[in-house]
Design a protein around this ligand. Structure first.
Ligand SMILES: [Zn+2]
Length: 297
């Protein structure tokens, strides 16, 4: 062994040996200086007490699972600090209201958070699809987006909108390929409530089908096709007729009850025209009770 050491020393030239040692000292110095300049990590500890070893292990397992999920399957890619920040931010965001901070965060994307501010549109977005919606449907969409946010960090974006009558059927997708199909109206029987309501508005307004169609086209809120309008009409017309009849009967009874001398009959007010007049052919003659001024037949 001693002989070997002697041999090795013999092979190294004295000048080279000194140079090597000098370089080595320099590099150690440099490294030490760099270490001094580098800020030391600040250590922190969170202690906890568990009721049993199993409970303690469960906590370790859970933290490991989270770190694994954050590090794409490898827990070593995530530090304890990053894991704690992620978990705590998630809890605070979902359970503790911090309007100011959240507002600040949301405003970074130019999306107002809590306050009621108006968003403006430009020439291009002013011709976007419009549709009719219902309060319950909006509530449902909020709930579904919130539920998605609980399992996925990726944001949902509107991908397409189909207009069915006056209802918008929207498809949302996130980067994780989750899909959410949402319609702006709930159903009433086999029809959309919004479409039933709009067709009701069309029928009671007295406008003609072509006026309805022009109105819908110009306002860009979709329109209900003739076949659907007819089928809704077939279903609703007997109901409307019955309600009209009931209303007449009630009005007549009220008119009779308003006069103490029942045997005298009731007085009516009408704008009936003479039947021979050309423009009287399609006239609906309204017959009002003289006292109550309610439509009696
Ligand atoms: Zn998602």
């Amino acid at each position: 062994m001693e002989a070997l050491a002697v041999n090795m020393n013999e092979n190294i030239h004295p000048a080279e040996k000194r140079k090597y040692t000098k370089d080595n000292i320099e590099s150690v110095k440099r490294r030490n200086n760099m270490r001094k300049e580098k800020p030391k990590p600040i250590e922190g500890k969170i202690n906890f007490s568990a009721g049993s070893v199993d409970e303690k292990n469960l906590i370790y397992e859970m933290t490991n699972d989270i770190k694994k999920a954050m590090g794409d399957g490898n827990p070593n890619r995530t530090t304890n600090k990053d894991m704690f920040i992620e978990v705590m931010t998630f809890y605070i965001k979902n359970n503790i209201t911090q309007p100011l901070e959240d507002q600040h965060m949301a405003e970074e994307d130019n999306v107002p958070f809590l306050d009621c501010s108006f968003t403006t549109c430009n020439e291009e977005t002013s011709i976007q699809k419009l549709f009719v919606t219902a309060e319950t449907s909006i509530e449902n969409r909020i709930q579904r987006v919130t539920n998605h946010g609980k399992v996925c960090k990726s944001q949902l974006h509107l991908k397409s909108t189909d207009i069915k009558g006056h209802v918008g059927v929207c498809k949302f997708k996130c980067d994780e390929k989750h899909e959410l199909l949402w319609s702006s109206s709930l159903y009433m029987g086999d029809k959309y409530l919004c479409n039933l309501r709009m067709s009701h508005g069309f029928y009671v307004s007295g406008i003609l089908p072509n006026q309805y169609s022009r109105f819908c086209q110009a306002s860009n809120i979709g329109s209900i096709g003739e076949t659907t309008l007819n089928s809704i009409f077939q279903k609703s017309s007997p109901v409307v007729s019955r309600l009209v009849k009931e209303s007449y009967e009630t009005a007549l009874l009220e008119e009779i009850a308003s006069d103490e001398e029942l045997q005298e009959g009731i007085d009516i007010v009408t704008d009936a025209r003479h039947g021979t007049r050309k423009n009287s052919m399609y006239t609906d003659v309204v017959c009002l009770g003289a006292r109550t001024h309610k439509d009696t037949c």
